[in-house]
Design a binder for this molecule. Structure first.
Ligand code: HAM
Length: 430
């Protein structure tokens, strides 16, 4: 039987790589003061229709359960974490720094790097000063990718400005969200058509089209954006919060050399974003090259008015793909350090005792077939064992083990303690 479209079976080799990637991500998040949370795989559909945007709603796996409740498999985790916050975590000290590693489901047309079941590794920071939190969030996303040695392009945007311009022209609610979604797609004709239908001023149209086209390096681009706003008569103080973006960028600089492109055309697909947003792309991955997306957001229905959070989510599968594509060696050691080979069933009792001792210190396994010694050694080789440990009459008599180094092919007879220590030392050095 075939697996459902857009899903994958993940074999042992894939899982070893994924575990390693997950371990590095977890280690970095915990090292930065984040703590892990988990939320249900399915939620009330309403949670996602609240503020996730039209695009994602079309892609939702929604269903009714046996009691006719409208439910949905989570398409992302931010809304769930905010629901959790609203239900139970509200009283915790702020900023509350949370991370998660969760499978998500979107009913999209599957292609390379785009699945119907995929994994997100993400963070959410609730509370805290917007600019400082945004800088910390972006810096962490970069540090995670840097710890793999990945090459990537970071794009930072600020959608507070487009929202601010629209707001000042009375374009609010669903109309504003719809426009943000068109901006996200970069569809200038559709943006103009939509604005025409809303009878906004020609200055509003002009300023938006110019702003979303503004791409540049460094903080100068923010000054250019302020000039554009001014030239169209939208020069209000702070440039609809663009000064927050400047502040975020200057905080970001203190984290070290973070290269970025400022791109005011980034609008993000989800509707809850309010201010600084960012996306990270890995060159060479094809159409689905966005490995991370995030920014500052608000879901007032869950978080309360004027409460902001900042977060990101890595498309975990895409990061794994990028590591493979850039041929990065994750240094995954041998899965099994020792494979115990009793020369015959006569020595099985001793062999199992040695095995038990080894399993307390490092991964070890034993033959379960009773096949001959030559076949057992070939099997040990085919499953990538580091040492074959042979136990026969001589070894039992001498209180020794014969250790075959499966990389060099060398074989030595060592006292039991010596043999166990040798394998352990090598294991610990991995
Ligand atoms: P998003 O951009 O919709 O943001 O998804 C985050 C990442 O998930 C994307 O950058 C992409 O790498 C990956 N992704 C999305 N769809 C798929 C798919 N069908 N197959 C494989 N990977 C996919 C969010 O979901 C926000 N909740 C991020 C966030 C957290 N913002 C604030 N906090």
């Amino acid at each position: 039987m075939q697996k459902p479209k857009g899903t994958r079976d993940l074999g042992p080799e894939s899982m070893e790589v994924r575990k390693k990637v997950e371990e590095v991500m977890r280690d970095r998040c915990e090292g930065w003061g984040f703590r892990e949370v988990d939320t249900p795989t399915f939620e009330h559909l309403e949670l996602f229709t609240l503020k996730s945007g039209e695009e994602i709603i079309d892609e939702i796996y929604a269903f009714r359960d046996k009691s006719e409740r409208e439910l949905a498999l989570r398409p992302e985790v931010t809304a769930s974490v905010m629901r959790f916050y609203s239900d139970e975590l509200r009283a915790r000290p702020k900023p509350l720094k949370l991370y998660y590693f969760s499978n998500c489901f979107r009913y999209e047309q599957p292609q390379k790097g785009r699945y119907r079941e995929f994994w997100q590794f993400g963070t959410e920071t609730i509370g805290g000063d917007c600019s400082k939190t945004s800088a910390e969030t972006i810096a962490l996303a970069c540090e995670i990718l840097d710890s793999f040695g990945l090459e990537y392009d970071l794009h930072i945007g600020y959608l507070g400005v487009a929202r601010g311009v629209l707001e000042s022209e009375g374009v609010v609610g669903e109309d504003q969200d719809r426009l943000m979604s068109l901006i996200d797609k970069g569809d200038v004709d559709a943006i103009i058509d939509f604005l025409d239908g809303l009878s906004v001023s020609s200055d509003c149209r002009g300023v938006l089209v110019e702003l979303i086209d503004l791409v540049g390096e460094g903080r100068d681009t923010v000054s250019q954006a302020l000039d554009v706003l001014e030239s169209y008569g939208f020069g209000e103080e702070g440039g609809f919060g663009l000064d927050n973006l400047s502040e975020t960028l200057s905080y970001l600089e203190s984290y070290g050399d973070v290269d970025y492109t400022l791109d005011l055309g980034i609008a993000r697909g989800l509707e809850y974003y309010t201010g600084t947003v960012f996306e990270i792309y890995v060159p060479g991955l094809g159409a689905q090259n966005q490995v991370c997306g995030g920014g500052e957001y608000s879901i007032p229905q869950l978080m309360g008015e004027n409460q902001f959070s900042t977060g990101f989510a890595f498309g975990f599968d895409r990061v794994v793909e990028a590591i493979k594509h850039q041929e990065i060696d994750l240094d995954i050691g041998p899965r099994l350090m020792a494979y115990i080979i009793p020369v015959s069933d006569e020595f099985r009792d001793e062999a199992v005792q040695i095995l038990g001792r080894m399993r307390g210190s490092f991964p070890a396994d034993i033959d379960l077939t009773g096949r001959g010694i030559g076949d057992q050694i070939s099997h040990a080789d085919s499953i990538g064992v580091r040492f074959a440990v042979i136990i026969g009459e001589r070894e039992v008599e001498n209180g020794t083990l014969s250790l075959k180094d499966m990389e060099s092919g060398d074989q030595v007879e060592l006292g039991i303690d010596e043999a166990v220590n040798k394998i352990m030392e090598e294991y610990e050095s991995l």
